[in-house]
Design a binder for this molecule. Sequence first.
Ligand code: FBP
Length: 551
Amino acid sequence: MTQISALQKARAAYEPKLPPALHRGANIVTAEGAATTSVADSERIAKLFKGTFGSPVVTFEKGAEAASGKALTVGVILSGGQAPGGHNVIGGLFDGLKSINADSKLYGFLRGPDGLLKNEYLELTSDIIDAYRNTGGFDMIGSGRTKLETIEDFELSKKDCQALGINSLVVIGGDDSNTNACLLAEYYKSNDIPINVVGCPKTIDGDLKNEQIEASFGFDTACRVYSELIGNIERDANSAKKYWHFIKLMGRSASHIALECALQTQANIAIISEEVAERKMTIGEIVEDITQIVVKRAANDDNFGVALIPEGLIEFIPEMKNLISELNDMLAAEAAIFGQINDPDEKLQFVNSHLGKDSSFTFSSLPHSIQLQLCLDRDPHGNVQVSLIETEKMLAEMVAFRLKELKAEGKFDGKFSTQSHFLGYEGRCAAPSNYDADYCYSLGYTASALLGNGTTGYMSSVRNTTKSASEWTCGGIPITMMLNMERRHGEDKPVIQKALVKLNGAPFLKFVTRREKWSIATEYVYPGPIQYFGPGEVCDQVTKTLELERN
Ligand code: FBP
């Protein structure tokens, strides 16, 4: 028998809270709103989504008596990066389907969309579901990054679904996967294929949210894990008083994770990529800002500190963006000659001599190790893998260089020793916080109600989540409502609008009013580990981001 930890054993018994409309035994009554439109480009989206465009927002309410419906056979897919709570979405979906009709069946496609295309699946029974309740990870069925986007993919998935008698699919994923769920729903509907498709909002990055979707699941738990670790590092920094810690945080493009962790831990510095882009900052300016904080703290004898750096920063610095795109083009064109050069320094010289004046200047200003990373780490499409670039080390090195200059000019007489960290995988599979355990279970249960209601092209939505679960509401949002047209690979495509940090939003504005104080004084907050049992004010908190956005 597989051994499980004492916490996992105790946690398995946790019963996630549900909105009143979904309480076991309740008859779910459906209220429909007015016809909807898309967030932008509505004429073009309406033409592309003739079958699903304009569907109303659906809200579930608690009815008087229990009622059972037709048995459903459902397929579920986990798509993209792991996020805490995925297993609870599947658990909620399973329980919801069984409450509609005990003969309902649930199949999990293995390793993400690939499983659907290759017809690899597992029938999910109550034994399997019970073993994964309230656990982190996606290991029940696995996940993958294959995209379902072509007609061939849609036809293959139809074949596999029909062979298993599947009449509904649930796609648990981020903005791209839910965009594809919407395309699939449209394809099935407009071709009279009787398979309904519903999506659930997943990603630790927090960038799949809008007026109707309060949060993507996993963001809460991941930020709590990172904030615990940052708090521990802050306490170490404040004890030893000898290191500046540069901490890069996962989150792909958006800086929601960095901002949330800054609000939770009150680190001395947090860079927000969206602000860097808005202010068109250069690397030199970012380095100078950090340097000035180091100098000011050193004047108080505080030769230590903590700086948070979002994973996607480099792509938001205009000069780096230009450099990266020039490098991508140039290395693709010169691949044959470049491939024959073995000496790393000769490679750098070759690259530098082929860059334009501005990009060559930027390239030369970067530390040697980063220049090499920019040339060597490429993905299968020939693009620099920006997430692999060690921005935390780059900034630490550049600040150290600048401080040496200031020391020589007699403007700095402190010490500057650094440690660098990258926090990402530590949080993606953590046991879900109570918030994520409850939210995910409700998202899955809501998805079952949407399918029971015969809807397609919807995203499961649970709202009012800053309040106690007895006040949560739930229903479905037509995915077409979230679409706009964007340029992708040289073509205009309908996609869900990614939510970047809003510079006029409450979380960023709160950070702006505090950051100067936090940078010089040492006002660290140590959040400690996620608590699963204990007083509500400790166990059932929501993220600062959600609290500030919603209240
Ligand atoms: P999703 O957008 O798929 O939820 O991925 C989240 C994420 O953790 C990002 O923060 C990170 O950049 C990426 O996945 C890393 O993924 P991988 O391990 O596949 O490189």
